[in-house]
Design a protein around this ligand. Structure first.
Ligand code: SF4
Length: 202
């Protein structure tokens, strides 16, 4: 396993271990905490399905030119892993662990299986990645859709961008308070994101 696989596996296993030990009340509170985000994700999923499915299928799957899902290229935040673990069934998470240890494809993302991405709620970076060509084609005659996509990009920041206390930070803090530590806790570790936090309006 390379370093990327190791850090993904460690984070997932740690999160699963802690979630399994949590009292029901805390598990319910965590699920309540992410409910609004899941609703946002479902809006994005519907939008992408309507606007991009045909374009991406033609461009990336039929022509095999896909730049998506490239090897070790995806940045999964610790909160992405928590949200997915809270949402997925145990056997889905087992499959994720197996994929990390034994990826199906040597040249693509370790989470990509023959039937697609193995995450139930895939990392936000993946969900909101649309290549320039797909974006141009989807929006060239539809300025309203382009506006809606911009709005979603802005809303995303309310969950992930730490110029204010955000869900992704709260989830890291919750696990840190339990003694967990992970290299995927970027909001507490990344120099760039720490600077954003320092510059918050007092
Ligand atoms: S996590 Fe899923 S969507 Fe993201 S790059 Fe990997 S296979 Fe693709």
């Amino acid at each position: 396993m390379n370093a990327y696989q190791k850090e993904q596996l460690e984070a997932l296993q740690m999160i699963r271990r802690y979630l399994n030990q949590l009292p029901d009340s805390e598990n319910k509170s965590l699920k309540a905490e992410i409910a609004d985000y899941l609703e946002f994700r479902s809006c994005i999923a519907n939008f992408l399905e309507t606007r991009f499915k045909d374009i991406c299928t033609e461009k990336c799957y039929h022509s095999r030119l896909s730049a998506c899902c490239s090897k070790d290229g995806i940045i999964a935040f610790f909160a992405d892993v928590v949200i997915n673990a809270l949402t997925a069934e145990n056997n889905d998470l087992d499959r994720l662990e197996q994929a990390i240890e034994h990826p199906a494809n040597d040249f693509k993302c370790i989470f990509l299986s023959e039937t697609g991405c193995l995450w139930q709620v895939k990392p936000i970076v993946c969900e909101m990645f649309v290549c320039d060509e797909a974006e141009n084609r989807a929006f060239e005659n539809d300025p309203e859709a382009a506006k809606q996509w911009e709005t979603y990009r802005e809303i995303k920041k309310n969950y992930t961008w730490p110029d204010q206390p955000v869900l992704f930070e709260k989830l890291e803090s919750f696990f840190m308070a339990k003694g967990c530590s992970s290299t995927l806790m970027y909001i507490h570790n990344s120099p760039g994101l720490l600077r954003i936090k320092q510059n918050r309006k007092k």
